[in-house]
Design a binder for this molecule. Structure first.
Ligand code: FCB
Length: 460
C-alpha cells in the first residue's frame, strides 16, 4: 500500500482512495433529547446525576444537530470530506430498548443519510456510541447477556432502513470506555464501580459486536467494522522486568482484551485469568469465541495518547484498570492537550505498526484522532495552531506507518465541531468548527481550513 497519489507536488501524499473525513456521536451533538419518541439513555440519566458532569451540563440541546443537520452537512461539503462517521441513538430507534421500532427515530437518520449522499459524502454509521437505552440499564445493562442480543436486533432494524444507502457499518465505539469507565471507574455512564461488572460488560459488548456483525453481513452490508480506542503502552524501564510486566498488564486491559477475541478468536491467557478473578467464567458460553471473531472488513482505530507505566510495590489498583495493583502511571515528559493528555504522534505510528504485525491482514482506518485546546473566537476567527500541529504531526506519523507497510485506509478527525465532551461537558472543545452554544453559530477554525487543504491535496 505504498502507492501514492501525486495530485500534489509537495508534501507527503497518501495512497489513492485514502478516505478523509470527520466523526461525531449522537449524544454529543444531536440534542432533541425527548423529541419524536426518543427515551432516555444512560447518558441522560448520568448527566442529570449531581456531580457526574462538569457544571451539571447535559446533551439535551448539545449542538442542536437534530434540527440543524442540513447546515452541518453543508459545512462538511465545504470542508471537502469524503466520509462522515456518525452514530445512531439506540433510544430513538427502539425506545423500549427492544421490541417495536420507532419510525420517527429512523426518519431522522434517513434524512441525514440522504443529505450526505446529496452532498457527495459517504455515510459511515456507528451503531453504539454509548447511549444505551436507560430501560436496558435498569435490567443490568451490559452486564446482562440479553443486551447483546437486543443490540443485534436493533442493529438489524437500523440496517433494514438505511442499508440500501449506507455501505459502511461500525458496531461499537470504544468498548473499553463502555465497560471499564462505565462499570468500574464510574467516569462514564452508567457510573458503576464494580470491576466484576466491567468484565461482564466487556464480554457482552464483544458478543453484541459479533452478533450484530453477523446480522449486518447476512443482511448484505458491504463493510462491517468495529472501533476500539487503543494506546501503545511503554514500560518506564524496558530493562526492568517489573515495569515490563506492568506494561504487559495494562496493554492487556487496554488493547488485547478486545483485539484478541475479535481478531484471533480468543481472550489472551493473562486476561482470561483476570476475568476469572473478578467475574468468574460462568458468563462465557461455548461458541461465544466464534461469534465474537466474526470477520470484519477493517478495524477502526481511535488514537489520542500513549500510556507509560511503571511498577511500584504497594500501589493501589487504578479503577479503570482492574487488577492493576502495583502499577503506576508516571507523568511523561511530553506536552499535553487541553485534556491533559500527553502528545506523542509517534505513538500512533508505533500503534499502527504493531497492529499490522500482531494482527496481519486486517486493514486499519483511523476513526478518531484529534485534540482539545482552549480555543476562543476572536473577530470571527479561531486561530488554533496547536490543533493544526497536533493533526499534522499525527498525519505525518500515519503516513510513515503506511511507508512501513501498514494497510491504513483512511483518517477521520475528531471532531467535526465542538460538542458535549462527556463528563467534561462543553468545557472541552475538540471541533474543527467552533460552536457558540448561546447562538448555535458554527465557525470553521483555522484547523478546518487547513484540513480542507490536506483533503484537497490528499497530502500533508
Ligand atoms: C473518544 C470518544 C469520543 C470523544 C473523544 C474525545 O474517546 O469516542 O466520543 O469524546 O474521545
Amino acid at each position: 500500500m505504498t502507492q501514492t497519489d501525486d495530485r500534489t507536488a509537495t508534501g507527503l501524499a497518501f495512497p489513492a482512495g485514502f478516505r478523509w473525513g470527520v466523526a461525531t456521536a449522537s449524544y454529543q451533538i444531536e440534542g432533541a433529547a425527548s423529541e419524536d419518541g426518543r427515551t432516555p439513555s444512560i447518558w441522560d440519566t448520568f448527566a442529570r446525576t449531581p456531580g457526574r458532569v462538569h457544571l451539571g451540563q447535559t446533551g439535551d440541546v448539545a449542538c442542536d444537530h437534530y434540527h440543524r443537520y442540513a447546515d452541518d452537512v453543508a459545512l462538511m461539503r465545504d470542508l471537502g470530506v469524503g466520509t462522515y462517521r456518525f452514530s445512531v441513538a439506540w433510544p430513538r430507534i427502539k425506545p423500549d430498548g427492544t421490541g417495536p421500532v420507532n419510525t420517527r427515530g429512523l426518519d431522522f437518520y434517513d434524512r441525514l443519510v440522504d443529505a450526505l449522499l446529496n452532498a457527495g459524502i459517504d455515510p459511515m454509521a456507528t451503531l453504539y456510541h454509548w447511549d444505551l437505552p436507560q430501560i436496558l440499564e435498569d435490567r443490568g445493562g451490559w452486564t446482562n447477556r440479553d443486551v447483546a442480543y437486543h443490540f443485534a436486533d436493533y442493529a438489524s432494524a437500523v440496517y433494514a432502513r438505511l442499508g440500501d444507502r449506507v455501505r459502511t457499518w461500525t458496531t461499537l465505539n470504544e468498548p473499553w470506555c463502555s465497560s471499564f469507565l462505565g462499570y468500574s471507574s464510574a467516569d462514564h455512564a452508567p457510573g458503576r464501580t464494580d470491576p466484576g461488572a466491567a468484565f461482564l460488560a466487556v464480554h457482552h459488548l464483544l458478543l453484541g459486536h459479533g452478533l450484530a456483525a453477523h446480522e449486518l453481513r447476512a443482511a448484505g452490508a458491504q463493510e462491517v467494522s468495529v472501533t476500539v480506542n487503543l494506546s501503545p503502552v511503554t514500560p518506564r524501564d524496558a530493562a526492568d522486568q517489573h515495569d515490563v510486566a506492568a506494561a504487559q498488564l495494562v496493554d492487556g486491559l487496554h488493547n488485547r482484551i478486545f483485539l484478541d477475541p475479535i481478531l484471533r478468536g480468543r481472550y489472551p491467557a493473562d486476561m482470561l485469568e483476570l476475568v476469572a478473578r473478578f467475574a468468574g467464567l460462568g458468563h462465557i458460553s461455548d461458541g461465544d469465541d466464534a461469534v465474537i471473531a466474526a470477520p470484519i472488513d477493517f478495524l477502526g482505530v481511535n488514537y489520542y495518547a500513549p500510556t507509560h507505566v511503571a511498577a511500584k510495590v504497594g500501589a493501589p489498583a487504578t479503577a479503570k484498570f482492574p487488577g492493576s495493583e502495583g502499577v503506576i502511571f508516571p507523568d511523561q515528559p511530553l506536552p499535553v492537550t487541553g485534556m491533559g493528555w500527553p502528545i506523542e504522534a509517534d505513538g500512533l505510528r508505533r500503534l499502527l505498526v504493531r497492529l499490522a504485525a500482531d494482527y496481519p491482514s486486517t486493514p486499519l482506518l483511523i476513526t478518531e484522532n484529534g485534540a482539545s485546546f482552549p480555543d476562543f473566537a476572536d473577530n470571527g476567527r479561531v486561530a488554533d495552531d496547536d490543533r493544526i500541529d497536533y493533526l499534522r504531526t499525527h498525519l505525518i506519523a500515519a503516513h510513515q506507518a503506511i511507508q512501513e507497510g501498514v494497510d491504513l485506509r483512511g483518517y477521520l478527525a475528531w471532531s467535526l465541531m465542538d460538542n458535549f465532551e462527556w463528563a467534561y461537558g462543553y468545557e472541552k472543545r475538540f471541533g474543527l468548527v467552533h460552536v457558540d452554544y448561546a447562538t448555535q453559530e458554527r465557525l470553521p477554525k483555522d484547523s478546518a481550513l487547513w484540513f480542507r487543504e490536506v483533503i484537497a491535496r490528499n497530502a500533508v
